[in-house]
Design a protein around this ligand. Structure first.
Ligand code: NAP
Length: 285
């Protein structure tokens, strides 16, 4: 890969975005790594080659998106090509939908749905010029919605939909669009989302606690079990790389046994049966 081939990766400060940035940097790409703080930019620079350029990019900030596009356009010059946009940045907000604060729901959808669409709109001209492609970081939660993960699952189901629509809109131009549907990956997102979930649970009204506290505690244990089997972010970085170099990239890449299981359940197991099993697991006395 020559260093005229550039990629933009959002949410590169940690987890999958960081692993992907370093992996593609090692393979010779010119990586524009979206971060939100100077300390994250400095840290990433110490871990990568001099090719990697951190870019200040909060995907909910319109002015920052505009500046990032200009900056990257200038840095690409006339010979550089943007060959990939990787919409990776995301957050997980969770809790019982009955009491879920609507401003938090807006935040979830802003970061995980509107933000990546805004980024895609802004970078599409450069992707088109560079004969590049778009890779969206979906999730197994875009296929199967467990209780209490409604806000996050809604955002990733939405990503399934708009990725399909975009892929079909760009097909005539030959711009591939792929979705990564990953299962559990060991990243800081688990601790961040648990901290927010704990806070939101503490804010539940008393009757909310009566209704849901037991099930939430059981759910927490199940999440801990799932996390114990979580894969390394490098596994996802390698799949993203595959989607980036494939001559015939797939619309979807399922990553991990747990993602395959959730895809199978959502497709083949009757919803009533799934609901019964979940109710027995979570809402037992
Ligand atoms: N970990 C998993 O098990 C898993 C499984 C399936 C899918 N995913 C998806 O993978 C993606 C990356 O998650 P991760 O697990 O690597 O989590 P992570 O380590 O928490 O990384 C999330 C990244 O998103 C960034 N971010 C958050 N809000 C942003 C905003 N408004 N603008 C720009 N960047 C923002 C964070 O930046 P700051 O450091 O500045 O907050 C961070 O760099 C997410 O879309 C997630 O839904 C994760």
């Amino acid at each position: 890969m020559d260093d005229k081939c550039a990629v933009v990766i959002t949410g590169a400060s940690s987890g999958i975005g960081r692993a992907c940035s370093l992996f593609l940097d090692q393979r010779g790409y010119r990586v524009f790594a979206g971060v939100r703080t100077f300390s994250a930019a400095e840290k990433l620079k110490t871990e990568a080659s001099s090719r990697l350029a951190p870019i200040m990019l909060d995907i909910t900030d319109t002015a920052q998106i505009r500046r990032a596009v200009q900056e990257i356009k200038t840095k690409l010059g006339i010979s550089g090509r943007l060959v990939g946009l990787i919409n990776n940045a995301g957050i997980i907000l969770s809790g019982p939908l009955e009491f879920f604060p609507l401003e938090r729901l807006r935040e979830q959808l802003h970061v995980n749905v509107i933000g990546p669409i805004a980024i895609t709109q802004a970078f599409l001209p450069l992707i088109r010029d560079g004969k590049g492609r778009i890779i969206n970081m979906g999730s197994a939660s875009g296929l199967f919605a467990p209780p209490f993960l409604g806000p996050y699952a809604a955002s990733k189901f939405a990503m399934e939909a708009w990725t399909d629509a975009l892929r079909r809109e760009l097909r005539p131009e030959g711009i591939p669009v792929s979705l990564i549907e990953s299962g559990a990956i060991e990243t800081p997102i688990w601790d961040k989302s648990q901290a927010i979930a704990n806070f939101l649970e503490s804010e539940l009204p008393d009757h909310g606690k009566t209704l849901y506290a037991n099930a939430l505690a059981i759910g927490r244990k199940q999440i801990e079990n799932l996390r114990r089997r979580a894969a390394s972010p490098l596994v996802v970085a390698k799949v993203i790389h595959k989607a980036l170099i494939s001559h015939n990239p797939k619309p979807r890449y399922l990553v991990g046994m747990d993602a395959h299981a959730q895809a199978f359940i959502s497709r083949w197991v009757p919803a009533r049966l799934v609901d019964d099993v979940i109710a027995k697991l979570l809402f037992r006395d």
